[in-house]
Design a protein around this ligand. Structure first.
Ligand SMILES: N[C@@H](CCC(=O)N[C@@H](CS)C(=O)NCC(=O)O)C(=O)O
Length: 278
């Protein structure tokens, strides 16, 4: 459980639940859904990634990697979205978001790990298929590289903001990873409403934000029929609306949609790349 000893005195004095998050962050979406499921009250601290608010010394004193989300519960900082949602479910057990048996709980944790392991691929595909329309200018990258201590994050942005951008082979391998996960999810959902023991759980919540992200870039989810129905079922849940829907910004979604259509028209959309390309 990644509990962090923070040097930030203000955060240490917080009572109740405080969440540092960003509207579009898939990792933040998971946490907001769990809090909505449990009817928890929380204080919102928005960290605007576009404005580089995750690169301030103050935020990096709260989250050592300078990424979102970070949960603070009665002065204790907890990071890593998968661990945060597990923490919330054990600390606030009602309603439970895990199946009953130990075996099924182990399976749930495996799905959660898989969703976490897909994070780099989600990030690469998001920057390629949604954010590339507004590439980071050199001045903004220079500022980020000076302020942010997370070398991996800075290196990623260096490649993305370069004239060359990502290699085709890299995009295809990340897309394949995501596609393979979706094939496995689709198989697991055959004849079931929810992933593990047919019980709505943290496994479903860990994956919904990744599926939502691929949908935004016009990944053809209907090729995975069970997954597609699961996605529609989940989207009808009040916790999805509260944790994802209400935070989404319509003009930003419209811009993503227009860009995805433009890329498809140019033959450079998500379906133009292997393994989706015919
Ligand atoms: N494994 C971490 C990943 C955290 C992460 O990478 N967060 C992303 C948003 S989902 C972020 O803050 N990215 C900063 C950036 O892209 O500049 C978790 O699950 O919390």
């Amino acid at each position: 459980m990644p509990l962090i000893d923070t040097t930030n005195e203000e955060v240490k004095s917080f009572t109740g639940l405080h969440l540092y998050h960003f509207w579009l962050s898939s990792c933040s979406q998971r946490v907001r859904i769990v809090m909505a499921e449990k009817g928890l009250e929380w204080v919102s601290h928005e960290i605007d990634l576009e404005k580089q608010e995750h690169a301030t010394p103050e935020y990096q004193s709260i989250h050592p990697d300078g990424v979102v989300p970070a949960l603070v519960h009665d002065g204790q900082v907890i990071i890593e979205s998968i661990d945060i949602i597990d923490y919330l479910d054990t600390t606030f057990p009602e309603p439970p978001l895990r199946p009953a048996s130990d075996e099924a709980i182990a399976e749930m944790h495996q799905w959660m790990q898989n969703a976490d392991g897909a994070q780099h691929s989600i990030k690469t595909l998001t920057h390629e298929f949604l954010f590339k329309q507004h590439k980071m200018p050199p001045e903004a990258f220079n500022e980020l590289s000076q302020k942010h201590n997370n070398e991996e994050l800075v290196d990623f942005m260096r490649v993305w903001s370069s004239d060359e951008g990502f290699q085709k082979s890299e995009i295809e391998s990340e897309l394949k990873l995501q596609h393979d996960h979706f094939v496995r999810l689709d198989q697991a959902l055959d004849g079931k409403e929810w992933l593990v023991a047919n019980t709505f759980s943290l496994a479903d919540i860990a994956w919904i934000s990744n599926v939502r992200r691929l949908d935004l870039m016009h990944y053809p989810l209907d090729i995975h029929a069970n997954l597609n129905v699961w996605y529609e079922r989940f989207q009808a849940k009040p916790s999805y609306i509260k944790g994802i829907g209400e935070f989404e910004i319509p003009p930003a979604l419209a811009a993503f949609n227009a860009y995805s259509l433009e890329r498809a028209g140019q033959g450079t959309g998500v379906t133009s790349f292997s393994p989706l390309a015919a």
